[in-house]
Design a protein around this ligand. Sequence first.
Ligand SMILES: [Zn+2]
Length: 81
Amino acid sequence: MHEFAHIILKHKMVSREPKTGLFQRRQQDEDEAVYLGGCLQIPRRGLLWAKQKKMNISQIALHYKASEEMVKFRSNVIGIK
Ligand SMILES: [Zn+2]
């Protein structure tokens, strides 16, 4: 979802990492991709649905094929516990 977010947002590669030779993007673009990638993987409405169903973090992670860290991240962004 992170890479989809880069594509959706039309982010460009700006430089190459000298040691690895891998292309890099601006930090702001990376931050935007983290946010949008999370939204795509676990939409706000989907997370609210899961909470209403009294699903725990592990169950939500399994349902959305996400890490538990991503569930916690999205919960924090949305502002629910
Ligand atoms: Zn990225």
